[in-house]
Design a protein around this ligand. Structure first.
Ligand SMILES: [Mg+2]
Length: 349
């Protein structure tokens, strides 16, 4: 059989890691930074994000408006970003390990290639030249050069709603015969990552970001990550054959559901302490039919953090016992608590 012409298959890897760039490999989004500091500002950007969220504007049009608001010469934009954008703390170690272990990293981005390349070279050094980047581009406006005031414009990758449909690059890898097809990973943080995430074998979704919400809504399996050190640990275990992508995805989804249910129980409890018992009982959410129908309530980071540890159960019940002096309220509360815990178990079964 003819060797594959797909860029990441040159070295016949067993694994390929696709990743979003902004907010995933970097700690903050470079396009947001440009818009907030050199374009029309944070307030208008957030308004535009809301328009997209409520489907009154396409992601593509919203993003075009943000980039059009930046009149600064392109070389100055790059310089500003190089001075301000930082890598995720674990990415360099991940990338070095992936290189040594024949795991190509392919960046699929809604940003612009020259900016991504410049940031990677600055943050990773010359090895960054090897990284394949699939993204939007930049071009001069009529009669201008990109490095003069108002001289550049974004050129979208394709005709999709997002300007770059990230699944297009991955689809040909899916078509490879089983003997050649690598195991594919994806890491991302936003809604434009969803189409790509559906095409790969294991999705790492950044904790507390939009992608998690969309995955829950659409029942796309995922595992959460906070930084690339946890991605590295998981990929190492998979590469060593200690676990596999299906197991990690199933464990990740289960951990997320339990955490969310417990966080909501904690919040609902603290919110309802001042309510009479009957309200306390009836205000409890019923067990959701599926993870996709479950709507997480916003909870404080300390509650989220506490709910991650099993000892939090002990603390939670001790505090609640002390807080409830009235016995009828206690009975109502305890029934409700156990129904919450039972639903967590049902969902993970
Ligand atoms: Mg992103």
């Amino acid at each position: 059989m003819a060797p594959s012409t797909l860029p990441a298959m040159k070295t016949n890897p067993k694994f390929v890691f696709f990743s979003d760039f902004d907010g995933t490999i970097t700690t903050r989004d470079s396009n947001d930074f440009l818009t907030d500091n050199l374009g029309y500002g944070e307030k208008l950007r957030k308004q535009s994000n809301q328009e997209v969220l409520h489907e009154r504007e396409s992601f593509r049009d919203s993003f075009q408006g943000m980039m059009d608001s930046v009149k600064t010469p392109y070389d100055k934009c790059i310089q500003t970003l190089v001075e301000n954008i930082k890598l995720d703390p674990g990415f360099k170690e991940f990338y070095d390990w992936a290189r040594q272990n024949n795991i190509p990293v392919v960046i699929l981005s809604s940003g612009m290639e020259p900016i991504i390349r410049a940031l990677l070279l600055h943050l990773l050094g010359p090895v960054a030249e090897e990284i394949q980047i699939v993204s939007n581009q930049v071009a001069p406006r009529d009669g201008k050069s990109i490095n003069e005031e108002g001289g550049w414009q974004i050129i979208f990758h394709d005709e999709s709603h997002f300007g770059h449909d990230k699944s297009l690059e991955i689809a040909p890898y899916q078509q490879l015969p089983d003997s050649e097809r690598p195991v594919m990973f994806y890491a991302g943080d936003g809604v434009s990552d969803l189409s790509a995430a559906k095409e790969t074998d294991l999705l790492f979704a950044k904790k507390h970001h939009d992608l998690v919400t969309y995955c829950v809504k659409q029942d796309v399996p995922f595992t959460e990550f906070e930084d690339w050190s946890s991605i590295l640990a998981t990929v190492k275990r998979i590469a060593a054959g200690e676990t596999d992508v299906k197991t990690v995805a199933a464990e990740g989804h289960e951990a997320f559901k339990k955490e969310t249910l417990f966080s909501n129980a904690s919040t609902a409890f603290s919110n309802s302490l001042s309510l009479p018992p009957i309200l306390l009982f009836t205000s409890s959410p019923s067990a959701p039919a599926s993870a996709s129908s479950y709507k997480p309530r916003s909870v404080s980071s300390s509650v989220r953090a506490a709910s991650r540890s099993s000892s939090a159960y002990t603390v939670f019940f001790s505090v609640s016992s002390a807080a409830i002096s009235n016995s009828s309220r206690a009975v109502a509360y305890w029934s409700w608590s156990f129904s919450m815990m039972a639903s967590a178990e049902d969902l993970s079964a």
